[in-house]
Design a protein. Structure first.
Length: 292
């Protein structure tokens, strides 16, 4: 059996169309035969005819046959267009673009192959039964091939909604983190102000101690100028005062260190430092997640 180079399903579709075309061709031939028979029955009633009468009969027959053949050829063309429309509609559902080569329609070798196929399909004495099996029809335009596409669109829409939800969650977390950062920055400024006030207090204590030292030195100089009798005593007192000054300076330095140590050991300072460290880590982690 001649083959057309397509799969079994498509070959069965071709056979179905050829049966339809053969039926239409047979109807057309019957119509042409009836035109000739009508001429015989209606006009050929005499034994002799003149040349003009024969020409008139042939012209009438030509006109009728021409009209019937033209009508059938036009109908065949429209039928083929509808067939192509069905195939193209199914292809478009899968976003395919089919192409045709009109030059192959006049390829004698291919036409002979189709003729041999038709002959072997319908006229061979060894062919199978002519009973037509039930063949599937073309898939409806809104079903079949579009089902997978609809599922894909639904899946993509679902994924899109999930991404939108996730984005809103991340935006909410980022906003909360920014608010928390603003609060921490305000707390840091307050802490810095507290540190500044404490440093100012420490500077004030140092100034008072310096003023005391200056007062002692002034008193010492006044005493030295007022009396020379007690010079030795005053010299010893001067040495003692110097020792006291050094002691006061050591005490001042120790007081400054103790003040700084106590400030760093306060619960507010430790808690604020720990909060700042944790929030900075959270901000870094959110930035990494947002970058991803």
């Amino acid at each position: 059996q001649a083959e057309l180079g397509v799969n079994e399903h498509h070959q069965n579709e071709v056979v179905s169309y050829m049966r339809f075309a053969r039926f239409k061709r047979g109807m057309c031939l019957k119509t042409v035969d009836s035109c000739f028979q009508d001429l015989k029955d209606s006009r050929l009633v005499e034994e002799t005819f003149t040349v003009d009468e024969v020409i008139d009969m042939l012209d009438g027959l030509q006109s009728v046959v021409h009209s019937e053949v033209e009508s059938e050829l036009i109908n065949t063309t429209y039928t083929n267009v509808l067939l192509l429309r069905q195939l193209f509609s199914q292809a478009e559902k899968w976003y395919l673009k089919l192409q045709t080569d009109v030059s192959d329609l006049e390829n004698r070798e291919l036409l002979d192959q189709v003729a041999e196929f038709e002959k072997s399909e319908y006229t061979s004495s060894n062919k199978k039964s002519t009973a037509d099996p039930v063949k599937p029809k073309l898939a409806p335009l809104n079903e079949g091939g579009s089902e997978l596409l609809n599922k894909t669109v639904a899946y993509l829409q679902e994924e899109n909604e999930k991404l939108k939800t996730r984005l809103r969650t991340i935006e909410t977390q980022a906003t909360a983190a920014l608010d928390e950062k603003s609060k921490l920055e305000k707390s840091l400024r307050d802490l810095q102000m507290i540190q500044g006030d404490q440093k100012n207090n420490a500077n004030q204590d140092i100034t008072e101690l310096e003023n005391k030292v200056a007062a002692l030195k002034s008193q010492f100089e006044k005493t030295l100028n007022d009396t020379t009798a007690n010079q030795k005593f005053l010299e010893e007192d001067l040495v003692t005062t110097k020792h006291n000054l050094l002691k006061v300076q050591d005490q001042l330095s120790a007081a400054e260190k103790e003040l700084e140590k106590k400030f760093q050991q306060t619960a507010a300072y430790r808690n604020m430092k720990e909060i700042l460290t944790k929030k900075n880590e959270q901000i870094k982690d959110l930035r990494r997640r947002l970058s991803k």
